[in-house]
Design a protein around this ligand. Structure first.
Ligand code: ASP
Length: 351
């Protein structure tokens, strides 16, 4: 029987939360330590099902302070990346237990920062805490173990950062949190699911990235001086002009209408032009969940293209944001504009 070494890293999230005041279900949920989580899932213990029946050996690590994922910042991404990089050679796969609120951002961040990733990095969590009688935590964790320890279950090795949630396996940088209440909490609006986990597990090989040939490495810096601007009818372009003069600002994610369209008033176009002249990278992504930016379709989009705005094609907001943060922090990439619209980790379809 093939065996596998799996590293489980617990960062927090609903999955391991309990009520602030024990026994008072009206008190808010707060993260609890790893022991709380593990005690509710005996299958994970040394004598548990996965070790006894499947020969999987688990190593557990936890953030010193486990958190609600709304508290995440790039420092937390770096903590995960350091642990992954220190342990990369010793494990067959990795599970990151994470809150659902910012899971898609972390998945995107890891996907860019981990270069030449040849092993599965599986993010999961749950909508209901593990202590809840109807929790989705057990099945989500169990599914994540199957993907991380692929060879034990005769499944293909997925050399990607993925989100395994409910019955779906999604590319991390294509996923978005779509529901705060349904067990099916994540969607991949512009890229097919990598697999489904029903009674049997089906992996869609044709959508999985190839195992890379280069050496594994990490680049874990992220620029935080960027902003996301959502357009709406009546948007005041003066706000963009003010931003253009902010020296610390490096980039703008512009959430436009439809296929990448925006007002064509002189004031709006001048403001965009000023931002570009001041060296800010501007990435155009659509407010439509299944949007594909094409700035050649309408005059209202074409104006942006002529100003030097870059198409984010079908990237999710999470992937676009984190990609910009990551590229802007890479000093050796002199012109972010040349690479941000291209495909790095399967996060974008070709324009
Ligand atoms: N607020 C929680 C978190 O993101 C929500 C969850 O895990 O479902 O940590």
């Amino acid at each position: 029987m093939p065996s596998a070494n799996i590293l489980i890293l617990y960062t927090g999230g609903t999955i391991g939360m309990g009520h602030e005041i024990a026994g008072d279900s009206s008190s808010p949920l707060i993260p609890q330590g790893w022991e709380f989580l593990q005690s509710a899932m005996p299958a994970l213990s040394a004598n548990g099902f996965f070790t006894k029946e499947n020969g999987i050996s688990f190593t557990y690590k936890s953030f010193d302070n486990v958190i609600d994922s709304s508290e995440f910042n790039p420092g937390h991404w770096r903590q995960i990346l350091d642990i992954l990089s220190e342990n990369y050679d010793s494990f067959n796969g990795f599970i990151v237990i994470h809150g659902t609120d910012t899971m898609a951002y972390t998945a995107s961040a890891l996907s860019f920062a981990l270069q030449n990733l040849g092993k599965p990095v599986v993010l999961t969590g749950s909508q209901l805490p593990i202590f809840h009688p109807r929790t989705d935590a057990i099945s989500n964790l169990s599914n994540a173990i199957h993907i991380a320890a692929a060879k034990v279950f005769n499944l293909p090795i997925i050399p990607e950062v993925v989100i395994c949630f409910n019955d779906k396996l999604l590319r991390g940088n294509r996923a978005t949190k779509s529901s705060s209440k349904d067990f099916s909490g994540f969607e991949s609006p512009s890229y097919p699911a990598l697999g489904s986990l029903e009674q049997s597990i089906k992996i869609n090989d044709e959508y999985i990235l190839k195992i890379p040939t280069g050496p594994f490495s990490i680049k874990s810096h992220f620029e935080t001086n960027i902003i996301i601007m959502t357009l709406f009818p009546g948007f005041n372009p003066d706000i963009l002009s003010l931003l253009a003069n902010d020296h610390s600002l490096k980039g703008v994610i512009l959430r436009t209408f439809g296929s990448g369209n925006a007002p064509s008033s002189e004031a709006f176009i001048n403001a965009i032009q000023l931002l570009v002249e001041k060296g800010k990278t501007i990435l155009n992504i659509s407010q439509c969940q299944e949007g594909f930016v094409n700035m050649k379709t309408y005059k209202t989009g074409n104006n942006l293209y002529k100003c030097g705005v870059i198409s984010g094609a079908d990237m999710t907001l999470e992937a676009a944001t984190v990609k910009m943060m990551w590229l802007l922090a890479n000093e050796e990439l002199k012109d972010v504009s040349l690479v941000i619209g291209g495909n790095l980790r399967g996060e974008i379809s070709e324009n």
